[in-house]
Write a protein that binds this ligand. Structure first.
Ligand SMILES: O=C(O)c1ccc[n+]([C@@H]2O[C@H](COP(=O)([O-])O)[C@@H](O)[C@H]2O)c1
Ligand SMILES: Cc1cc2nc[nH]c2cc1C
Length: 347
């Protein structure tokens, strides 16, 4: 795991400066294309070219089960994790449809679904048969944490080797909003009541129960909140750890990342607590409908691109934001400058 401490690459400041200069010359009032201008400028710095592009996209969905599901914290049974993995592989899930529509590479990685799945298209990098119940003890062992981080790093390496311009991580795991909420509370010091949401669709009573379970989890592990990897090991999940490893490795390889929703952002929080410079490589795709997402967005000091009441996961929100990144680049690269179009500049 020595790679974890390898520094993230530094964005190319000269290229973002050149892109900012170009934006100022395009035939529009400066700033009129809003956040899309900042996206193009950031991407230019990350890709080291004045004219960025988001051609090849890799989406890696990590699936795993959670011991804490036995506490009854989800509106759906644990078996849905494995059932959705089959749906991903058979092309019927939202992320399958989106990946096809975008021309993106989609890979599904089993990092610890309870019952092993065999399928020719599945990448099997199992860390265990699901995590242990974090309300009773640590969710994973140290070796399991290392393997899960490595599974994510491997996915980022594959994307880099395949010359992907953008990496998207997705997750699937019944009960993982409980794990993610515990991470938010541990790292951000937000109140459990404010950070907890309905996940897959709990009613009020279900939410009250979920809050109580998260309180038990936090009380169990409170003395370790100053160590982000220990928080991940104790209250996280294999798929959250894989996403953390993927984000850190992508930043080290110089590969921009589009972060998905509530659970993916928990992995992003761990990643930036391990190494703050990883944040340079992360774009937030959307604001999740899960209410606690707000607190992580504030910590990442970035405005997500979309706000569509999404709460699916799988990498779906990030995939939906890809056309915006592509359009931001196309506008930046193809618009005429004031000089080219012979249009008078600002008075
Ligand atoms: O990404 C989000 O913002 C999001 C918000 C709520 C739920 N999810 C998905 O729903 C599952 C977890 O929900 P739950 O209620 O079982 O904790 C998991 O598979 C996630 O991908 C995802
Ligand atoms: C059906 C279903 C699909 C999902 N995709 C990601 N999380 C999910 C949770 C459920 C319940």
């Amino acid at each position: 795991m020595e790679w974890l401490n390898t520094p993230a690459q530094a964005p190319n400041a000269a290229m973002s400066a050149a892109a900012r200069t170009r934006q100022a010359q395009l035939t529009k009032p400066v700033g009129a294309l809003g956040d899309l201008e900042a996206v193009a400028i950031r991407l230019a710095g990350l890709q080291g070219r004045e004219q960025p592009a988001v051609d090849k996209v890799q989406i890696s969905v990590f699936a795993a089960d959670h011991g804490v599901a036995e506490e009854g914290v989800s509106a759906f049974p644990q078996a849905v994790t494995a059932q959705m993995v089959h749906n991903f592989l058979n092309g019927g899930a939202a992320i399958s449809v989106l990946a096809r529509a975008l021309g993106a590479t989609l890979e599904i990685v089993d990092v610890g679904v309870k019952t092993p799945i065999t399928h020719p298209k599945l990448i099997s990098q199992r860390v265990g048969d699901g995590t242990a119940n974090s309300a009773l003890g640590a969710a994973m062992t140290r070796p399991q944490l290392s393997l899960a981080l490595q599974a994510g790093a491997d996915a980022a390496e594959r994307a880099h080797t395949a010359n992907a311009a953008l990496f998207i991580g997705g997750e699937m795991g019944i009960a993982n909003t409980t794990a993610a909420t515990a991470i938010y509370c541990a790292l951000l010091d937000v109140a459990i009541l404010e950070a907890t949401g309905p996940g897959t669709g709990l009613d009020r009573d279900g939410m009250v129960h979920k809050v109580n379970v998260i309180r038990r989890i936090l009380n169990q592990h409170r003395s370790h909140f100053d160590d982000p990897l220990e928080v991940l090991r104790r209250v996280g999940g294999f798929e959250i750890a894989a996403l953390t490893g993927a984000y850190i490795r992508a930043a080290q390889l110089g590969l921009p990342v589009l972060v998905d929703g509530f659970i993916s952002t928990a992995a992003a929080l761990i990643a930036i607590h391990v190494q703050a410079a990883v944040a340079d490589w992360l774009f937030l795709s959307h604001t999740s409908a899960e209410p606690g997402h707000f607190f992580a967005i504030a910590e990442l000091k970035q405005r997500p691109l979309l706000d569509l009441n999404l709460r699916l996961g799988e990498g779906s929100g990030a995939a939906i934001a890809v056309p915006l990144l592509r359009l931001a680049c196309t506008l930046h690269n193809q618009m005429a400058t004031f000089a080219e179009a012979a249009i008078a500049g600002k008075l």
